[in-house]
Design a protein around this ligand. Sequence first.
Ligand code: SF4
Length: 446
Amino acid sequence: MNERDSEQVARMFVEGGYTVTPDEKEADAILVNTCSVRDQAEQKALGKMGIMGRHRVRKPHVVYGYMGCMAQSRGQELFKNIPHLDVVVGTQKYHKVFDYVDGILKQRMEVRMDKPSLSLSGESVCDTEEEKDSQNTIRDHVTQKDQSTAFVSIMQGCNMRCSFCIVPDTRGKERGRPIVDIVEECRGLVEKGVKEVTLLGQIVNLYGRTEFDKVDGKSPFVQLLEAVHEIDGIERIRFTSPHPIGYRKDLVDAFTYLPKLCSHIHFPMQSGSDRILKQMRRPYKHAKFVEICQNMKAARPDLAITTDIIVGFPGETEEDFQATVDTVKQLEFDNAFVFRYSKRRNTPAAEMEGQISERVKEERNQILLAVVNELAVKKNEAFVGTRQQVLCTGLSKTNKSRLMGRTAQNKIVIFDGDAERMTGEIFDVLIEETTGFSLYGTAVLT
Ligand code: SF4
C-alpha cells in the first residue's frame, strides 16, 4: 500500500515538472514514506532521515519530508529530533505533499538567488488531519514502458481493532472508493499496457461495507470484482489482503465464475490458537479459518494460499504455538511471512502481561520458518514437469540475462527469452526445475 501511495505522490511531482530520481544525492526533495507495522521499520526510517540530512551541507535548499503511517502517529514530535526535517504529512494527505514541498522549495530557491545564506527559509509543515474522501485521491499512476502489472488502491483505513496493530490509528476508518472510479482507473491502466491489477485494501474483502449496499446477495467487493472482470484487456485480477471476517460464500463462489481471478490468495491467519486469536482481537476461530481455506480450495482446486503469522504474541504458550504449527501443516500453505511479535506504541497488546522473551520468539520463529520453508519447497516441486501460464514482467531481478514472470499462483518463474518481445505477454512455460523458492523453465511460444 505504501508503494502505491508513493506512486501517487511521485505522479504529482512528475505532473508538476519534476523528475523522480532514485539517487538521493541528486534530489532537491527527499521524501520517506513510512510504515509503522513494525518498530524496526520506524527505526530504519528515523535512521535513514538522519543520515540523509548530510546532503544539506552541499545543497542547502533540499526539502526533507516524512509521509505515511509514522508521520501520522508521531506528527509534530518528529521535528524535535530531526532538525533538518521540513514536512510531515499523514496518511490522508498524500495529495497535499506536492504543494507543501514545492512551496518550500520555490521559496528557498528565490531567497537563495538574493542571499544564499538565507537558503533555509520556508516554514515547516505538519499536516496529519483527517480529510473526507481522501481515499479517492490515490488514483494516478506512473507507469513504466512495458509495465504489465499495477496496484490499485480501492479503500483506505480499517475498522477492526486487532490488539497488536497500529493501522486503525494511522490509517483511520474504512473508506471505500466508488466502483465506477476504480473501473475507470483500471481502464486507464489497460490503455498503458497493464494486464494484471492487484486491488489493495487493509481488509480488502470488506471494501465498501459501510458505504455501498449488497446487490443480489453480493457484497460490494464481489460487485467490484465482477465490474473489473468485465474490462477488456484486464487478464488477471488479484487482491490483498482479505480478512476471515466477511470472507463469505459470495466471494468463494466468485472464484468459480470469474476466471480472471488468479489462483492465489494471501490470507493472514496470525495464529492457529483460539486463545491467542481472542487475545489478538481477531474475531474468528481457528476452525472458521480452516473452513474458509477448504471452501476456497474446493472452489478453485489449483489455489495457492499464503499467509501472515505472528509468533511470540503475549501469553503464547508452547501449546498455542504448537496449534499454529499444526495448522500450518494441515493447510499446507504455499508460503508464509512469519513475524516475531513486536510491541507497537499505543496498542493494547503492548501493555499485556506475559510478554515473551526475544529468545523464545526467535526459537519459535526458526521452528515455524523451517516448517513453512519445507512446505514451500514441496509445493514448488509439484510444479516441475507441468506447463504454467506466466505473465512475463521483464528481466529477472537477480540475473539480467534471463526473464521472469509469475504464474496464476503468484510463483516466480525464470526462463530465457527476448525481453523486447515477451515482456507483458502471457504464455506457457514448461517448468523444469525448482531451487526451492523460484521455478525455472522453458517458454513455450506458439
Ligand atoms: S485487520 Fe487488524 S491487522 Fe489488519 S489492518 Fe486492521 S487492525 Fe490491523
